[in-house]
Design a protein around this ligand. Structure first.
Ligand SMILES: Cc1ncc(COP(=O)(O)O)c(C=O)c1O
Length: 362
């Protein structure tokens, strides 16, 4: 299986620490933690688990419809967005996919397992991962039937303007489906294409509730598209994909307006502080609208993997980006955590840099 961050349980086992003492900067989860109302809803769901959950999560689809101002037929809930990538690949069986990279590894894995040929379209770090849609369109082949990108990008954190993506969808109409992964868009809600979804017949949006509402262990996500496409995917979906705690938690997330406001007030400030601290270490930090930062270590410094190994021994997890297509050993992705936790990270990084300099042969 390809690399992911967030293996807190394995790190805790290896280090002989309780999981609560591992400081995870490798998975980008809202540092405010599970909202109280979501936790209570999930706990109620455990008590209700003597019954089967709803087969297709209809109540959650209805709640999503009310939340986004669309009808329920536009939504298909899933146990996180990841199984929905696999469902899409399995049902549509795209021949050739133009995949905007660097990106989440499960896109490539799910599509390749379903027999698709992947054409990577690399965004340039030197250009802060901006997307030139004309260049992208020039890379389409007659067989390209799907274009996949994330907004905000992961691991870059870069924002793509929604107007550009709407023009791209229009240019692809009749040729290819535009799939936009909005797993982190709740951290930059103005970027979402959800408001214009009903106007476009070749747009599909993936959403995750796991990052913003800090519930990666519960597994709740969804996709949104035109009702005909959603019905086709729903017909091939497995029954009872979401547990009762997950379904309850998903609905409760949508009611958390205060949590959303608090997150959007606090996280950008913590992100700016962390970015400033990393720059003081001499690292290059790319602009990010998400709850993580992509940083490049200075030339000649230790590799991101060495640094991650060193900090792991102290119970601090980092995500080296060496396995992302288009990046290498020089890049690290760091979750934005609370101000105090970010300061602890910066102190550990500064000590690691100093220790390496002392160890280096003169
Ligand atoms: C960009 C992106 N999309 C989707 C996912 C999958 O999230 P989930 O399956 O938890 O909804 C991840 C997880 O790391 C991700 O980074």
């Amino acid at each position: 299986m390809s690399g992911h961050g967030g293996d807190v349980a394995a790190a805790a086992r290896e280090l002989g620490l309780p999981a609560s003492e591992v400081l995870d900067f490798s998975a980008s989860i809202n540092p405010l933690g599970i909202p109280a109302g979501v936790l209570a809803a999930a706990q109620r769901g455990v008590a209700e688990s003597v019954h089967y959950p709803e087969i297709a999560g209809d109540a959650l689809a209805a709640a999503l419809a009310a939340h986004h101002g669309l009808s329920a037929e536009h939504f298909l809930p899933g146990a996180g967005s990841t199984p929905l990538f696999y469902l899409l690949a399995r049902v549509l069986r795209p021949r050739r996919v133009l995949l905007v990279e660097p990106a989440f590894s499960e896109y490539r894995r799910s599509l390749t397992l379903s027999g698709a040929v992947i054409d990577p379209f690399l965004l340039d770090p030197a250009n802060d991962f901006a997307l030139d849609s004309r260049q992208l369109l020039a890379r389409l082949t007659p067989e390209t039937d799907l274009v996949l990108l994330a907004n905000p990008g992961n691991p870059s954190g870069a924002a793509l303007p929604p107007a550009l993506l709407r023009r791209l969808a229009a240019a692809l109409r009749g040729r290819a489906l535009l799939v936009v992964d909005e797993a982190f868009v709740d951290f930059a809600p103005d970027l979402s294409l959800m408001p214009g979804l009903s106007a476009g017949d070749n747009l599909l949006i993936f959403r995750s509730l796991t990052k913003f509402y800090a519930i990666p262990g519960l597994r709740v996500g969804y996709l949104a598209a035109q009702p005909e496409l959603v019905a086709r995917l729903a017909a091939a979906a497995e029954p009872w994909a979401l547990s009762t705690p997950a379904l309850n938690a998903g609905q409760a997330c949508l009611a958390e307006a205060d949590y959303r406001r608090r997150s959007l007030a606090l996280i950008p400030a913590w992100r700016d502080e962390l970015a400033a601290g990393l720059r003081r270490l001499g690292w290059q930090v790319h602009p990010s609208v998400a709850n993580y930062l992509l940083a490049r270590l200075p030339d000649g410094a230790q590799s991101s993997r060495e640094l991650a190994t060193r900090l792991r021994r102290q119970g601090i997890l980092l995500r080296s980006c060496r396995d992302f297509v288009g990046l290498n050993e020089s890049y690290l992705r760091l979750a934005v955590r609370t101000a105090a936790e970010n300061q602890r990270l910066l102190a550990a990084l500064a000590a690691a840099v100093t220790a390496t300099e002392k160890e280096a042969p003169c």
